[in-house]
Design a binder for this molecule. Structure first.
Ligand code: FEO
Length: 398
C-alpha cells in the first residue's frame, strides 16, 4: 500500500506523488528490487495552480486523494513533462476531476498523449523551449529535453525557488519514506541502475541536456521517480561521470554454461585477467539481475560473452543478453566471445552479428570442442594478454 502523505517542499509547493513499494517489474522487463515512486508535484501560485506530471494509472485514486487532502478545488495547468504512462496515465482522471485544466506540454508530447490516452485536442497548450507561464508570484520555465528518454520530453524549472522538475532525468526506482535523498550510497546505486537501464542508450543526448541545464541555478532536483535531491551537485556530478567518463579497466563477462565446459573457460579467463590487473565482473545469466549487468556496462571497457552452442547457435539466454547489451549501447571499446560446442555451429558469427551498435574492436574468440584442453587454456591466456595490453594502450591510466 502507498504510505507517504503529501509533503511540503517550499511554501505552497508540494510532493503529491505515490510510493509503489511492491512493484518488481517495469515495462514487463526491468527489475525493480527497491520498488519505485511516481512523483507528482503541486504548485499553488498566487494566481494560478499547476500540477507537474501525474502518477501511474494503477495509483490514480491516491493522487486524487492527496489533492483532496490539500483541498485543491482548482487546477489551471497540468504540466506533462513526458508522455509515458507511468507519469501521464492519470491525466484523464485529473481532467475528469478538474475539467477546466489545460495540459501543458511540448508539441510532440501533445500528439503522443492524443495517441496514447485519447485526450481531446482542445485540452492542450503547447509550449516552446524556454517559454514561460506565470502562476502569479511564481514562474514555470520549460526546457525541451528530447531523448531523456523519449523524443517529446521536457523539464520544468520553477524559477523563484530554483526547483528543477526533471522528469525521468536524474530519477531512480527507489521506494522510500524520505522526501529527499537520505542514504547517498543507496541513492547512487539506484540512480546508476536507472541511468544504465533507461538513459545510457541516449548518452550523447544526455550530454547535451546536461549542458543545457548548466545556466539554471538549481536548489532542488525533483525527478519523477525516487527521492528528490536537495544537494543537486551529487546527482549532476554522477551523471557527468556516467555520460562523459571514459571506460575503465573493467571486463564484463555475462555467460551461460550447460555442462561446465564454458564455466571452466570463464573461471580460467577471470583468474587470468585478475592476475594481469584487470577487474572482471562475472554474471551467470541463469541467476543474474539484468539491472546489475546493465550497471556494470556503464564503466566497462570490454565485454566477453560466454556461450555454449545449442541447436547450432548460441544459448538463447545469451542471445537475450546480447540483444539487451546491444540495445543499451554502452561505451565499450573491445569485445570477444568464448564458449564451447559439441560438433559445430555458428555461435561466434551469430553473436557478433547481434551487437552492431557496439563500436568495439572484436578480439579473437576462443571456442572449445567439449571440455577445454591445453590449447584452449593457452588461447584464453592469449586473450587475457591482449585485453590487458589493449586496456593499457587505449584507456586513461588512473
Ligand atoms: Fe518514468 Fe519514461 O517514464
Amino acid at each position: 500500500m502507498p504510505t507517504r502523505q503529501p509533503g511540503e517542499i517550499k511554501p505552497r509547493v508540494y510532493w503529491v506523488g505515490v510510493i509503489d513499494w511492491d512493484r518488481r517489474l517495469f515495462d514487463a522487463l526491468i527489475p525493480l528490487p527497491d520498488g519505485t515512486s511516481y512523483n507528482s508535484y503541486l504548485i499553488m501560485g498566487s494566481e494560478k495552480t499547476a500540477l507537474i506530471d501525474t502518477v501511474d494509472p494503477t495509483m490514480e485514486e491516491v493522487l486524487i486523494s492527496h489533492l483532496n487532502q490539500l483541498e485543491v478545488e482548482n487546477i489551471d495547468y497540468l504540466v506533462a513533462n513526458h508522455a509515458e504512462q507511468d507519469h501521464s496515465g492519470t491525466i484523464p482522471r485529473v481532467l475528469e476531476r478538474y475539467p477546466q485544466v489545460k495540459v501543458v506540454c511540448t508539441p510532440k508530447c501533445k500528439g503522443m498523449l492524443i495517441d496514447l490516452l485519447l485526450i481531446p485536442e482542445d485540452k492542450f497548450i503547447t509550449v516552446d523551449d524556454k517559454e514561460t507561464i506565470s502562476l502569479g508570484d511564481r514562474t514555470l520555465e520549460f526546457i525541451h529535453a528530447p531523448w531523456v528518454h523519449w523524443p517529446e520530453t521536457m523539464l520544468t524549472y520553477l524559477r523563484e525557488d530554483g526547483i528543477l522538475f526533471s522528469c525521468d532525468f536524474f530519477g531512480s526506482h527507489l521506494a522510500t519514506t524520505d522526501l529527499y535523498v537520505a542514504d547517498e550510497g543507496q541513492a547512487y546505486e539506484a540512480a546508476k541502475r536507472y541511468y544504465a537501464e533507461i538513459m545510457m542508450p541516449f548518452r550523447t543526448n544526455i550530454q547535451k541536456n546536461l549542458e543545457r541545464i548548466k545556466d539554471c541555478a538549481i536548489n532542488i532536483i525533483a525527478p519523477s521517480h525516487g527521492p528528490m535531491h536537495d544537494k543537486p551537485e551529487f546527482i549532476v556530478e554522477a551523471y557527468h561521470r556516467w555520460a562523459f567518463g571514459e571506460p575503465k579497466n573493467i571486463v564484463v563477462l555475462p555467460y551461460i554454461s550447460m555442462h561446465d565446459s564454458t564455466r571452466k573457460m570463464v573461471e580460467y579467463l577471470v583468474e587470468a585477467l585478475a592476475q594481469r590487473g584487470v577487474t572482471v565482473k562475472q554474471f551467470d545469466l541463469t541467476v543474474t539481475d539484468l539491472g546489475k549487468l546493465a550497471m556494470s556496462l556503464v564503466d566497462a571497457a570490454t565485454i566477453v560473452i560466454g556461450a555454449p552452442t545449442v541447436l547450432a547457435g548460441p544459448h538463447p539466454n545469451v542471445v537475450y543478453a546480447a540483444f539487451l547489451v546491444n540495445a543499451l549501447r554502452p561505451n565499450l571499446k573491445f569485445a570477444s566471445i568464448i564458449g564451447s560446442y559439441g560438433w559445430g555451429g555458428r555461435t561466434v558469427e551469430q553473436l557478433t552479428g547481434m551487437i552492431p551498435n557496439l563500436k568495439v574492436e572484436l578480439l579473437d574468440p576462443v571456442l572449445s570442442k567439449g571440455l577445454p584442453k591445453d590449447a584452449d587454456f593457452r588461447a584464453l591466456d592469449n586473450l587475457a594478454d591482449t585485453i590487458a595490453e589493449k586496456h593499457k594502450e587505449h584507456l586513461a591510466q588512473e
